[in-house]
Design a protein around this ligand. Structure first.
Ligand code: AMP
Length: 514
């Protein structure tokens, strides 16, 4: 079972349907994409001598070439290692070394970043679109290399907000199960439907490639190679029934973009990867109508743990609609999800604990990291590190990652519940709540706010909605919040900044506040 067989099937049944486009320009039909992938595979085998199972890195900005690369690598029976092109050269060097890749394809410019950090195992660094790259596409085609369901297909390095990234091993089975879950429960795809890749293809957006190849959709990569709201709107106008995966911060930028957008052409806007505040979800619903869906997942169970359906999001008349909107939805039919206590025993609805899951979408482990694999998969369940609770209806409410939990005066405070309240103030554009070490309370609640508002008003708002002890003791107004390349707010970084600022204010040493 080689996931690349879906491309062969689509090329056979719908050879002349568009498969890949750059902006509004079709670059390859299904027949052409399948041929390019088979030639790419021929070059990997004949010119580089790569055996099935070897890892091939792709460090690229969003580009239509991602498609022929991924499928070429799989066609040859190799595993792809897509890495975020915005990482530092040293970080990329680590991923290249750890994965043991002998070949790396990189965007122009990114290749220079990698070169000084290239590990010994890397024999070929090929610039995508360059002369060497074009030559590979003239190689003789290779027949599809058979693979077993448990063979490695995608080595997914976690975004690593702390520590070294770990490589989640995504097998052909995992990718197939995640793609089927997407098409069944999030967003059914029909031939000719478009998927816009404005979020990184090395991550969330890339995981939607396979479902669209299986169902003969067209993959549209913006010419800007990234996310520009105006361009996204223009592409939505140009492509039929377009879907797009976006981080909540991207959805927010789309909502705020003054350019015109006819939502009629949108099939589904899927958000995930980070919390979406209810206020932001409501604004998106007002602007785009009943075309939003949410997914919750992580690299270890790629994009597939729970989903909040389009119907649930749009069902304004339902008595629990607003509460559901604040949840991450229900488990996919093919995934078992448990909220567990410290001993991995299931907790009742309403009780908060760590979220565990198991099923075909879960990775079998981390690449070359036995210890982390055993810890993450103990007892046969993936320990997500996320904290949440099921409600009585079976909707999962995510709190925050356990390390973000604030404990003040012995009480637990989840930053998100405070953030949700602060965001209802018209002057608050973005907010992140953290804990600051405190001698008396253990930690106190501090809110970093982008926007304008009087602290007394924010205090009054909190007092009207949440327990007094959850109210921030300090509001700090900033222009921006620290975010990683996927738009996730980096609380660890914010806490470190806050400590430094406190030290500077007190003129003390870090020890005083640690
Ligand atoms: P990554 O493996 O980099 O994709 O990060 C996965 C993490 O992002 C999860 O473990 C969650 O903490 C967070 N996350 C993913 N989806 C959602 C969501 N829908 N709502 C809130 N947090 C999410």
């Amino acid at each position: 079972m080689n996931i690349a067989s879906w491309l062969e099937q689509s090329a056979r049944s719908h050879p002349s349907l568009p498969a890949a486009a750059s902006g509004t320009r079709v670059l390859a039909t299904y027949a052409q994409l399948a041929e390019r992938a088979a030639r790419q595979a021929g070059a990997l085998r004949a010119q580089f001598g790569l055996a099935p199972g070897e890892r091939v890195a792709v460090v690229a900005k969003n580009t239509p070439a991602y498609l022929e690369l991924l499928y070429g690598i799989w066609h040859a029976g190799c595993a792809a290692v897509p890495a975020n092109a915005k990482l530092h050269g040293a970080e990329l060097g680590y991923i290249l070394e750890h994965s043991g890749a002998r070949v790396c394809f990189a965007s122009k410019g990114v290749d220079d970043e990698i070169a000084p950090h290239a590990p010994k195992n890397l024999e070929h660094l090929i610039t995508i679109g360059g002369a060497d790259y074009q030559a590979l596409l003239t190689a003789d085609t290779l027949p599809l290399t058979p693979r077993a369901p448990d063979d490695l297909a995608w080595l997914f390095y976690t975004s690593g907000t702390t520590g070294r990234p770990k490589g989640a091993m995504l097998t052909h089975r995992v990718l197939a199960a995640a793609s089927q879950a997407y098409a069944n429960e999030v967003d059914p795809v029909s031939p000719g439907d478009a998927i816009l890749h404005a979020a990184p293809m090395s991550h969330g957006s890339g995981l939607y490639i396979m479902a669209h190849v299986a169902r003969r959709g067209v993959q549209v990569v913006p010419e800007s190679e990234g996310f520009e709201p105006e361009e996204v709107f223009a592409l939505i106008g140009a492509w039929p029934r377009a879907s797009m995966f976006a981080a909540p911060t991207m959805i927010k930028r789309l909502v705020e973009c003054p350019a015109a957008c006819d939502p009629e052409n949108i099939r589904t806007l899927i958000w995930g990867g980070a919390p979406m505040y209810v206020e932001d979800a409501l604004a998106a619903l007002d602007r785009f109508g009943p075309r939003l869906a949410q997914i919750y997942g992580q690299g270890e169970a790629p994009m597939t743990i729970t989903t909040l359906s389009k119907q649930d999001i749009a069902e304004r008349g339902h008595p629990r609609w607003r509460e559901r909107l604040g949840s991450a939805g229900k488990p996919y039919a093919s995934v078992e999800v448990m909220v567990a206590d410290g001993e991995d025993a299931p907790l009742a609805a309403g009780e908060t604990g760590e979220i565990l899951c198991r099923g075909e979408v879960v990775m079998p482990g981390y690449w070359r990291n036995e210890e982390a694999s055993r810890a993450a998969l103990r007892g046969g369940w993936l320990h997500t590190g996320d904290v949440g609770a099921f409600d009585a209806e079976g909707y999962l409410h995510l709190k925050d990652r356990s390390k973000d939990l604030i404990i003040s005066g012995g009480s637990n405070i989840y930053p998100r519940e405070v953030e949700e309240v602060l965001l209802t103030h018209a002057g608050v554009r973005e907010v992140s709540v953290i804990g600051r070490p405190d001698r008396e309370w253990g930690e106190v609640v501090v809110a970093y706010v982008v926007g304008r508002a009087a602290p007394a008003e924010l205090d009054a708002l909190c007092l009207s909605r949440i327990a007094r002890f959850k109210r921030p003791k300090d509001y700090i107004f900033v222009d921006t919040l620290p975010k990683n390349n996927y738009g996730k707010i980096l609380k660890t970084e914010l806490r470190a900044r806050d400590l430094r600022a406190m030290d500077a204010r007190k003129g003390g040493t870090p020890k005083e506040t640690a």
